[in-house]
Write a protein that binds this ligand. Structure first.
Ligand code: DGL
Length: 274
């Protein structure tokens, strides 16, 4: 009898950000089959108008779930999750795990009661942030920097380009030089891309800051939800067991991309999703 195939899951982001969640999934569940979809044609999401993004994300994720038939989808993007999670949960007949800025976590660990958040400019203007703040960290002062550049810097860092320390420091100054910024002791990463900048934040930011990257917690939550689904009803076995990596636009340097994703288990290179 053939061995049962492991369930497939879909991880979605605008670019490489969701690969931090993939990295966490690989260490927690090495046998999991992962399809990754990066909407590179519309990158950076943080600079797109909300109405265009909402439609785009809903259509693309629903279409990819029809084609790829995952047992669960992870929207590994704060910008997409804070905008489109409700519509995706309504339209899709499978568990959808999202990423939300870790304001609750920051509120739990902060001793100074001043917390920071780094996010895209789209996430930074979402009313949802105020709800999270009011509900989970109301006694903390929350300072936010909505960055227009960090997601791009993260893409470049993932490709192996060392970010210019002055550029990173300038972005961090936009958070820490706000009134009250000196009191910040915990900073949440409210954009999944920033996982790949974390070593630079730790090195170039003020001493003693707790940098909170939710990628491992998102991976854990997805695995818990996956256990619920697979115990109840596992979708039909996938036709191909290999992990697949899709983009929505042709990459600038396909060979380089293939090399950069191989260590995350995407050994068969990439494909354009259509
Ligand atoms: N990785 C995405 C996020 O978590 C957004 C990056 C972008 O496309 O602007 O918000």
């Amino acid at each position: 009898m053939p061995a049962p195939s492991s369930p497939r899951i879909l991880v979605f982001d605008s670019g490489i950000g969701g690969l931090g969640v993939v990295q966490a999934l690989r260490s927690l569940a090495p046998s999991l089959t992962i399809d990754y979809l990066a909407d590179t044609a519309l990158f950076p999401y943080g600079e797109q108008p909300d109405d265009i993004l909402r439609e785009r994300i809903a259509d693309l994720v629903c279409k990819s779930c029809d084609t790829l038939e995952p047992a669960l989808a992870i929207i590994a993007c704060n910008t997409a999750s804070t905008l489109a999670l409700p519509i995706l949960r309504e339209r899709l007949d499978l568990p959808v795990v999202g990423c939300v800025p870790p304001i609750r976590w920051a509120g739990r660990v902060s001793a100074s009661r001043t917390i920071g958040l780094l996010a895209t400019s789209a996430t930074a203007r979402r009313p949802y942030l105020k709800q999270l703040h009011d509900e989970f960290a109301a006694d903390c002062r929350l300072l936010i920097h909505g960055s227009r550049h960090l997601a791009n810097l993260a893409e470049r860092a993932f490709r192996g380009e060392q970010p210019d320390p002055a550029e990173v420091q300038q972005e961090l100054a936009c958070l820490f030089q706000q009134p009250g910024g000196n009191d910040i002791d915990a900073v949440g990463l409210g954009c999944t891309h920033y996982t790949f900048l974390l070593p630079y934040f730790q090195r170039l930011g003020p001493a003693g800051i707790m940098w909170l990257d939710p990628a491992p917690a998102v991976a854990q939550q997805a695995l818990r939800r996956l256990c619920d689904v697979t115990e109840a009803s596992l979708p039909a076995s996938p036709s191909s067991p290999a992990d697949r990596f899709f983009l929505t636009a042709h990459p600038q340097n396909g060979e380089e991309l293939a090399r950069n994703i191989a260590w995350l288990g995407f050994a068969n290179g990439w494909d354009v999703f259509s």
